[in-house]
Design a protein around this ligand. Structure first.
Ligand SMILES: C[S@@+](CC[C@H](N)C(=O)[O-])C[C@H]1O[C@@H](n2cnc3c(N)ncnc32)[C@H](O)[C@@H]1O
Length: 295
C-alpha cells in the first residue's frame, strides 16, 4: 500500500512533481514564445524554445514582461544591468536600447551567446552591451547595479547568497521564480506572468552607538534583521524602548523613537559598512546624526 513514509514512494512522488512541474513550465513557456514576436534567431542559428541549457532550458521572457521587469528595477542610464542566462540577449539589449543602461548578458550555450552577440551588433549597441560566453556560477557580476533572472527556483536559491552579498541597493528582478523566505519587495507581472523584485538590503544587525542626538542623549541602537525586515530597540540614556516602524530599503534605514520629553523623533540613516550617517527630524527641524557599529 502507498505510504508517505516509504522512502521509495516519497522519491517517486517527488520525481513525479518535478516532471509534472517541468512539463507545465514548458507548456507555459511555449505559450510565452507564441506571444513573443521578437524572438531573435538569424540565418546562422535558429534557437528553439525549450532547447537544453546547462542548468535551465532556453525560454525567452516575453517582451511585455521584459519592460515591466526593467521598469520595476527603475533602470536608468546610470545602471549596469546583468542578465544571468542571457539567451538571445533580449533583456540586455532592451536595458540598453530602451532604458539607456550599460548591460552584460552571460550565456553558457556558445550558439546562443554568438547569436546574442550578433543581435547586439544588429541593434548597434556594441558600445553598451557585452555578451559573455560563460557560466553564471563562475562569472563575476558583483559590480552590477541591476540583476535580471529567468532561471528556476533552485537556481535562484543557489544564487541567493551571492546576490545578498552584493552592494546594498542592488536591484534584482526575476521572471516567474521567487527566493523563498527572502520575500520580494514587490510582486510584479503582466496578464500572463508573475515576476519578483528585490533590493539587496544592507547588513545592519547588531549594536550601534548614535552620535549627534538631542541634548547629548546617549542613544544606543540594537538591530535584528531577516533580509530586509528589521526590528530592534533603542536605548536613550539607559532606558530602552522598541523602535517605531523600523524600515530598511537597500542602504536606507529609518525608524522613530520617543525622546525624554515624549516627542517622536524620526531618524533616517544611510548605511555604509560599519558606519551610518543621516539626520534626525523633529517638529520640522533636522539635525545631522551618525552611528558607528559597536564591535
Ligand atoms: C529561461 S532562459 C532565459 C533567457 C533570457 N534571460 C530571457 O529571459 O529571455 C535561460 C538561459 O540560461 C542559459 N543557461 C543555463 N544555464 C546557464 C549557466 N550555468 N550559465 C549561463 N547561462 C545558462 C540557457 O542556455 C538559457 O539561454
Amino acid at each position: 500500500m502507498f505510504s508517505l513514509t516509504s522512502g521509495t514512494s516519497a522519491r517517486r512522488l517527488a520525481t513525479a512533481f518535478v516532471v509534472i512541474g517541468a512539463a507545465l513550465w514548458t507548456v507555459s513557456a511555449a505559450a510565452d514564445a507564441l506571444r513573443n514576436p521578437s524572438v531573435m534567431g538569424d540565418e546562422i542559428f535558429q534557437p528553439s524554445v525549450g532547447q537544453a541549457g546547462k542548468d535551465v532550458i532556453w525560454v525567452p521572457t516575453d517582451d511585455e514582461l521584459v519592460r515591466v521587469m526593467l521598469e520595476a528595477a527603475n533602470v536608468t542610464p546610470n545602471d549596469l544591468v546583468f542578465d544571468l542566462g542571457a539567451g538571445d540577449g533580449k533583456i540586455a539589449i532592451a536595458a540598453a536600447r530602451d532604458f539607456g543602461a550599460t548591460s552584460v548578458g552571460i550565456e553558457y550555450n556558445p550558439d546562443m551567446a554568438a547569436l546574442a552577440q550578433r543581435n547586439v551588433e544588429r541593434a548597434n549597441l556594441t558600445d553598451r552591451v557585452r555578451i559573455i560566453r560563460g557560466d553564471i556560477f563562475e562569472e563575476d557580476f558583483s559590480n552590477a547595479t541591476v540583476v535580471t533572472l529567468y532561471l528556476l527556483p533552485h537556481l535562484n536559491m543557489k544564487l541567493r547568497p551571492t546576490l545578498l552579498d552584493m552592494r546594498p541597493g542592488t536591484r534584482i528582478v526575476s521572471n516567474s521564480f521567487d527566493m523563498q523566505d527572502w520575500r520580494a519587495d514587490e510582486v510584479i507581472g503582466t496578464e500572463f506572468r508573475t515576476g519578483y523584485f528585490w533590493i539587496v538590503p544592507a547588513k545592519v544587525a547588531g549594536d550601534w552607538s548614535l552620535q549627534g542626538m538631542a541634548e547629548n542623549d546617549q542613544v544606543d541602537l540594537t538591530l535584528s534583521q531577516r533580509f530586509q525586515e528589521v526590528d530592534g530597540t533603542v536605548s536613550v540614556n539607559g532606558v530602552q524602548q522598541a523602535l517605531i516602524e523600523p524600515t530598511l530599503r537597500g542602504d536606507n534605514l529609518s525608524f522613530a523613537y520617543i525622546d525624554r520629553q515624549g516627542n517622536e523623533r524620526l531618524v533616517e540613516l544611510k548605511v555604509a559598512g560599519d558606519r551610518m550617517a543621516g539626520q534626525m527630524n523633529h517638529a520640522g527641524v533636522s539635525v545631522a546624526v551618525s552611528a558607528a557599529r559597536v564591535q
